[in-house]
Design a protein around this ligand. Structure first.
Ligand SMILES: [Zn+2]
Length: 312
């Protein structure tokens, strides 16, 4: 290689280095610019997004609040207390299918929820000490027993010439539809006085009823179906049907003159039945449209919805 050639090589290498260096420099600057742009863009987004988000969040919050409020009113029925002594069973609140209770004998084949046993004994003894003799005519009733009573009633109407549908309607007015009787809980008792043992309104004139009216709350019991409260309880006046709710609730309910429905915050039964009826009608109409028959469901309800049921 000549000196001249060497020189040319050096110049070439030098030029290449310069080109590479410049290239790298440009690359770096470009990258920095990009980064900066991205940062700026992000900053812009940071400025814009919060506004949009805030608005969105505000909207969502309003929506949620509205939803929560609506749910609150609608779900009022579903938020009933779960305490064993306050469980509500009525025509619009059937007993939970898996309901289990430990029973204790109170004599003559009658049984009561074991947790109410002591208070019940104390009440009967206290009355006795004052010369008032109270008898139990009905206590815990299992679902089968109620179904049997109800079916028998339906059958008797059919025998009298009623159609099956109207026989069910009639039966529903006299015997509580299975699952809707408070007696399934083991917390309800039908109590009569020694001098008059019929389950009718005259029971209220007995010594037994008068004693219970004054003192039953002291032992955790309330008169469950007071006079003039049928719209709320769904049951006629029953001056014999008492329900154990525990000492505290019995005191509060009695002092405030409430029904159990009002105390636990449930809708009046009449209102619940109207809603059910509307729902069923709607269902019936849509079933006509969809060409499927839900007649059975409808009629089952219909027989439940009738007039006033004697809970007994
Ligand atoms: Zn009863």
């Amino acid at each position: 290689m000549t000196r001249r050639q060497k020189k040319r090589m050096l110049v070439l290498a030098g030029s290449l280095t310069v080109v590479i260096c410049v290239g790298m420099l440009i690359g770096t600057v470009y990258a920095q610019t990009m980064e900066q742009e991205q940062q700026e863009e992000a900053a812009v987004q940071e400025i814009v997004l919060p506004d949009v988000l805030e608005e969105y969040t505000a909207d969502k919050t309003a929506e949620n609040t509205k939803e929560a409020l609506t749910q609150d009113t609608e779900e009022k029925e579903e938020n009933l207390p779960e305490d064993w002594n306050l469980i509500l069973v009525n025509r619009t609140h059937p007993i939970p299918e898996d309901y289990e209770v430990e029973l204790k004998n109170i004599g003559s084949g009658h049984k009561i929820d074991a947790r109410a046993y002591d208070d019940f004994r104390a009440m009967i003894q206290a009355a006795k000490r004052e010369g008032v003799y109270i008898y139990v005519t009905s206590s815990y009733r299992d679902l089968d027993k109620q179904t049997e009573l109800y079916n028998k009633k339906v059958e008797s109407y059919v025998m009298q010439g009623y159609s099956y549908e109207s026989a069910r309607e009639q039966a529903g007015q006299v015997v509580a539809v299975p699952g809707t009787s408070e007696h399934h809980l083991g917390l309800a008792l039908d109590l009569v006085s020694s001098e008059y043992r019929k389950l009718d309104e005259k029971q209220e004139n007995t010594k037994g009823f008068q004693w219970l009216e004054e003192h039953s709350w002291e032992y955790g019991f309330i008169l469950r179906y007071p006079n003039g409260e049928t719209d709320i309880t769904g049951i006629i006046y029953e001056p014999w049907h008492f329900r154990y709710v525990g000492l505290e609730a019995a005191k509060e309910i009695t002092e405030a003159g409430l029904t159990l429905e009002e105390y636990v915050g449930a809708k009046p039964v009449s209102e619940g039945l109207e809603e059910l009826e509307a729902q069923e009608k709607e269902k019936e109409q849509s079933s006509y449209l969809s060409d499927s028959t839900e007649e059975d469901t409808y009629h089952t309800y219909e027989s439940n919805a009738l007039g006033q049921t004697e809970g007994v």
